[in-house]
Design a protein around this ligand. Structure first.
Ligand code: ATP
Length: 222
């Protein structure tokens, strides 16, 4: 679905590299979570995949016919007068969708009762759930999410990851997500891509947790 080969990137366009010789193969139907410390370049890697940024060296090949994207929780303008329904309809227009069932779109993340609500009146978690529902419009075959559970309560996290996992297993949706929430993401991911010191490598959830415990001397509950 997605192939990155020998990618180099820095915001200055030269060394020192933020991302150095990154290679990543995301097979169709997989669920890969990108993990790593704050500032390691995870969101930057997503922006490169989405062509918001261009690599300095290296190639990115993506076979997806449609990509859904949920950005990191944006700073919100609570006074901006737009309803949940308007957000969904305007995105439907952008995708040239002929007809939209608000109920069908919003029920994916349990937000169907909020269609008339102003986006500015939603909690952080409810706002995020609307953005995830919106990203799934038009049936993308690749869904890219940047820390999808930020600001989402525990019960809603379960719902969201349950739904992402269902779409991944039953509909073959390929998922690529930047994650700090290892408790939930660890359960649904088929693999982790660990970005550290500019380099990246694929590893299993259990390997990552073992390494983390060794490094931090800490305890992680999964
Ligand atoms: N537009 C930009 N111009 C210059 N530097 C940037 C820009 N965007 C991000 N950076 C820097 O690049 C580095 C990596 O940022 P990035 O957001 O990719 O990290 P991250 O791994 O996603 O972090 P976090 O887990 O905290 O979200 C940081 O030092 C950040 O300050």
């Amino acid at each position: 679905m997605l192939d990155i080969e020998n990618l180099y990137f820095s915001y200055t366009g030269r060394e020192p590299w933020l991302l150095e010789d990154i290679s990543l193969h995301v097979p169709k139907g997989s669920y890969i979570s990108i993990v790593g410390n704050n500032g390691s370049g995870k969101s930057t890697l997503l922006k490169l995949i989405l062509h918001f940024l261009a690599p300095v060296k290296g190639t990115i090949r993506c076979e997806a016919s449609r990509i859904g994207y949920v950005p990191q929780m944006p700073s919100r303008d609570h006074a901006f007068p737009i309803t949940v329904a308007e957000v969904i309809h305007s995105y439907g227009k952008l995708l040239h969708l002929k007809s939209i069932s608000l109920k069908d779109v919003l029920s994916v993340t349990g937000m169907e009762d909020y269609r008339g609500e102003l986006m500015g009146n939603l909690s952080g978690g409810q706002h995020q759930k609307v953005l995830i529902a919106r990203a799934l419009m038009g049936s993308p075959d690749l869904l890219i999410l940047d820390e999808p559970s930020t600001g989402v309560d525990l019960a809603s996290q379960r719902e969201i990851y349950g739904e992402l996992s269902r779409l991944n297993r039953e509909k073959g949706l390929t998922v690529l997500a930047v994650e700090h929430n290892m408790e939930e993401a660890g359960q649904v991911s088929s693999g982790l891509y660990h970005v550290d010191g500019g380099k990246g490598h694929l590893c299993s959830v259990s390997h990552y947790i073992e390494e983390y415990i060794k490094k931090e001397g800490g305890h992680v509950q999964l």
